[in-house]
Design a protein around this ligand. Structure first.
Ligand SMILES: [Zn+2]
Length: 305
C-alpha cells in the first residue's frame, strides 16, 4: 500500500489516441510535476480505420486484432507522457468501440453506446473511490464532436462522479469521494482559427486536404474557456505520444492528420471549461492550473482504500 501524491488527476476517454491528441501536454506536465495522472479509456477502438498499409489487415473488416494493437500503442504513448496509471473501463475489451453514429456497430452486444450508463459508471466509481482524484477531465455532452463513444464517455464519467459521492451507493466500491472539479475539453475558436490559418500558410502541402475547424472536438467561443494549461515545454512528449498511435495518426511538425488525411493543428496549450467546482482565476480571466483554488485539506496525499 503506497500513498498517492497530493494532487490526483483522472481523465476519461473513449478510444486510445483521444488522450494524447486532446490532453497529451497536460498529462505530461502534471506527471512531470509529481501529480498522480490516471487515464481510463472506455474502449479499445477496434472499429478504427488503419493508416499504415502494412497494418491494414488489423481492421475489423479484415483479420481484426486492431483493439489489441491499439492497447499496445496506448501503453507506448503513456510511456512517452510519463503516465503509469492507465486502464480500460471494466478491463480491456469489456466495452466495444461503437463505430461512427448511425452504423450497425452502435447496436452490437457489448458496444459501449449500447451499454447501460449506470452499469458502466459503476466500473468508474471503483476507480474514483480508490484514487480519490480532486480533478476529472472528460468531454462535453456532445462528446466534443458527436461520436457515440465520446458522448457515452461523457455520460458515464458524469454519472460516476455523482455515484462516487453518494454514500448510499454500493458500499463495496469503497468510501464515498467527491470530485472537487470537473472539466470538459475545449478549444477556443480564436486559437483554432489562428492555427488553421498557419496550417494553410505553411503546411498545406503536407496533407492531401485540411480539416474544418468544426472537425476539432470541443471548439467553442473564447468566452466559454475557463482554464488553459501551457504544455509548450512538453510538446515533444505530446508529439511522441501521438506518433505512438501510428495506426490512427500521422504527425507532421506542429500538425497532424487522422485516417481521413485532413491536416489539423497539434495544440500544446490545452484548454478546458470548468463545469463543477469554483474557478480560481485570481486577477486574470482564466485559471492556469487544473488544481487551482483547492484547499490544502483537499490536496493531502491519499492512501489507496
Ligand atoms: Zn475517439
Amino acid at each position: 500500500m503506497k500513498d498517492l501524491p497530493a494532487r490526483r488527476l483522472l481523465l476519461v476517454h473513449a478510444h486510445p489516441d483521444d488522450e494524447s491528441i486532446i490532453n497529451g501536454a497536460t498529462m505530461a506536465r502534471y506527471a512531470a510535476e509529481g501529480a498522480h495522472v490516471a487515464l481510463v479509456t472506455c474502449t479499445l477502438g477496434e472499429e478504427g480505420e488503419v493508416i499504415p498499409p502494412g497494418l491494414a489487415h488489423l481492421a475489423a473488416d479484415r483479420d481484426g486484432g486492431l483493439g489489441e494493437h491499439r492497447a499496445d500503442e496506448l501503453a507506448a504513448a503513456m510511456r512517452e507522457l510519463g503516465v503509469t496509471d492507465h486502464r480500460f473501463l471494466g478491463g480491456p475489451g469489456r466495452f466495444h468501440d461503437s463505430g461512427m453514429m448511425g452504423t450497425e456497430q452502435n447496436h452490437r452486444p457489448g458496444a459501449f453506446w449500447a451499454a447501460d450508463v449506470d452499469q458502466a459508471a459503476g466500473h468508474l466509481v471503483g476507480v474514483i473511490r480508490s484514487l480519490r482524484p480532486q480533478v476529472l477531465v472528460t468531454y462535453d455532452p456532445d462528446g466534443g464532436y458527436g461520436h457515440p463513444d465520446h458522448i457515452q464517455a461523457h455520460r458515464v464519467a458524469t454519472r460516476a462522479v455523482e455515484l462516487a459521492a453518494d454514500p448510499a451507493y454500493d458500499a463495496g466500491a469503497g468510501a464515498p469521494h467527491t470530485v472537487a472539479k470537473v472539466y470538459w475539453n475545449r478549444v477556443p475558436r480564436s486559437v483554432a482559427e489562428d492555427a488553421f490559418a498557419r496550417l494553410r500558410d505553411t503546411a498545406a502541402g503536407a496533407f492531401p486536404g485540411i480539416a474544418a475547424i468544426d472537425d476539432v472536438p470541443g471548439v467553442v467561443a473564447d468566452a466559454g474557456i475557463t482554464t488553459e494549461i501551457d504544455g509548450t515545454a512538453y510538446a515533444a512528449r505530446k508529439t511522441a505520444a501521438m506518433r505512438a498511435h501510428a495506426t490512427q495518426i500521422t504527425v507532421d511538425g506542429t500538425f497532424f492528420a487522422l485516417s481521413n488525411d485532413l491536416g489539423q493543428p497539434l495544440f500544446t496549450t490545452e484548454y478546458y471549461e470548468l463545469v463543477r467546482g469554483t474557478p480560481d482565476v485570481g486577477d486574470g480571466a482564466r485559471e492556469y492550473d487544473l488544481f487551482a483554488g483547492l484547499p490544502d485539506a483537499a490536496l493531502a496525499p491519499g492512501a489507496r482504500t
